[in-house]
Design a protein around this ligand. Structure first.
Ligand code: DAH
Length: 339
């Protein structure tokens, strides 16, 4: 009987179970009513009294060993099963932080959206441009001060290649590939050699508009800009046009809107004038049409250009231009609801 107990002790150490059912089978085999331990107890009854003490202790130890082993196996398969079941692979690992659109993108999309409802289509051009598209084709005289190093970034060793300083260059890009009717809206980034401060940056964004067809008049321009201003800043908004000068338009004007903060009464935002400037515009100079292959005796057109930062500042009162390029998430988060 002693040998049997020793054999069983060795056997128990090697027991394995792959799942809960196998562990239960082992329990039945060793500890069940008709199991190995029971048989052992039956045999124990027939043992001579002087051996009872020693054998009894051994049988007890064996029983404890088997019980501990089977519990251990049951625990092991249970945690394994648990870990498989409790991993929900479809669950998100942590709450996802929703991003926001950049305020300049929000405003650009809004501008493009308003004009696309008026039949304008989107056009784009390169940021690294040549002098022709940025200046010469736009009727800038060779000695025009805007070509000065102060404003323009030149590409070293290629003085005719520059970073565009306005999106008016896209007008030329469109005119050289399309004949009227042309009705485009051109958003994009522009560069100027300016010291960075709260009020100026070496890059910013503009939207250019161009409309060329037969019989396009200044009245058309004015009406489209009024509609734009009212869509963008509210139906109460008024506009006024002041005579101005741009090489590529004749006549040229700058447009103000009634200050949307004080309703035109005068406040510190509009410097107590009741008006804030938002864009430049005018009738496309016939010299620009001719330079770009469009017959100025048949067609007329208007153009306008506005700064997206400027419009965004008017809408959201961003005090410092640098905020737009610093990517501070606390600033960007403020535009969550505007998306
Ligand atoms: N290109 C001008 C600028 O950068 C803005 C502008 C003014 C565009 C009048 C136009 C326009 O198309 O007609 O300041």
């Amino acid at each position: 009987m002693i040998t049997k107990i020793e054999q069983l002790t060795a056997e128990i150490g090697n027991l394995r179970a792959n799942n809960a059912e196998e562990a239960e089978q082992l329990r039945i085999k060793y500890l069940g009513r008709k199991g190995v331990m029971n048989d052992l107890m039956e045999e124990f009854r027939t043992v001579a009294p002087e051996q009872k003490r020693e054998l009894g202790q051994k049988i007890n130890a064996l029983k404890q060993l088997i019980t501990a082993k089977i519990n251990e196996l049951k625990d092991a398969v249970a945690t394994e099963a648990n870990s498989n079941d409790s991993v929900d692979l479809t669950r998100t690992p942590y709450p996802i932080q929703l991003g926001t659109r950049h305020p300049l993108t929000i405003v650009k999309n809004e501008i493009v959206d308003i004009f696309s409802r008026l039949g304008f289509t989107l056009a784009e051009g390169p940021e690294v441009e040549d002098d022709w598209h940025v200046y010469s084709s736009m009727n800038f005289a060779d000695d025009h001060p805007a070509r000065d190093m102060q404003d323009t970034f030149f590409v070293e060793a290629r003085p005719d290649i520059i970073l565009r300083s306005h999106t008016s260059s896209v007008q030329a890009r469109v005119m050289e590939t399309q004949q009227p009717p042309i009705r485009v809206i051109c958003p994009g980034r522009v560069y100027r050699n300016e010291a960075i401060s709260a009020r100026a940056h070496c890059f910013f964004h503009q939207v250019e508009g161009l409309y060329i067809d037969k019989n396009v008049s200044f009245t058309d321009l004015k009406q489209v800009l009024l509609l734009f201003a009212q869509e963008m800043f509210g139906s109460e908004t008024k506009i006024r046009l002041r005579p101005s000068y741009f090489p590529f338009t004749e006549p040229s004007a700058e447009m103000d809107i009634s200050c949307h903060l004080c309703g035109g009464k005068g406040c510190s935002f509009c410097k107590h004038t009741g008006w804030v400037e938002i864009l430049g515009c005018g009738m496309v100079d016939p010299a620009v049409l001719e330079a770009n292959g469009i017959d100025s005796t048949v067609y007329t057109g208007y153009a306008f250009g506005m700064g997206i930062e400027r419009i965004t500042n008017l809408k959201y009162q961003v005090k410092d231009l640098r905020m737009f390029s610093e990517n501070d998430v606390r600033f960007l988060d403020e535009f969550k609801s505007a998306n």
